[in-house]
Write a protein that binds this ligand. Sequence first.
Ligand code: FMN
Length: 171
Amino acid sequence: MDITQAIQTKRAVREFSQQPIPEEAVLAILHAGRRAQSSKNTQPWWFLAIRDRQQLQALSELGTYASHLATAALGVAILTPDPAARWSIMFDAGQAAAYMQLAAWGMRIGSCLVTLHNPEPARQVLGFPEDVHARMAISFGYPADPSLIDQEKVYFDRWPEAQAPSPSAHR
Ligand SMILES: Cc1cc2nc3c(=O)[nH]c(=O)nc-3n(C[C@H](O)[C@H](O)[C@H](O)COP(=O)(O)O)c2cc1C
């Protein structure tokens, strides 16, 4: 999927299949976050990748709309310095989140942001220190409904040349 297509088709995905995300895709997602732009290139973030089911369950209880984190194949907690220190910290965190989500969607992996409305217990779950903060996380996983992501099967005006074989080829 090219970047324009990814931007145009991306949706929030909150229902995931049981299919695990391959290690190289996990690394590509995390690397996309590291490549995000940030104020004065300060990169005020750490990304904590979580696949442990108990940790995902515990984090899913820390937000009002966070239940999808419990069933995600991968959770990424976006850790930052104190967001109250300067406004750009959460802006930068949002940039990193968008990069990771678009990189994932390009690999047909869905995602949804998670606001941790009750962030302090995340410290216990993930073991990060006092001067680090967790306000946001992201759920990642292959969509339970693959048609969400197969939107390139929609064409305009003409069957695309040199792109897809005819449906009979799949039979
Ligand atoms: C700052 C921010 C916080 C969000 N927090 C949550 C959340 O806690 N739970 C959730 O399910 N979705 C959350 N979302 C996802 C939005 O609900 C979603 O991006 C929006 O509904 C658009 O969805 P769509 O791209 O499928 O149209 C958040 C999005 C943003 C930008």
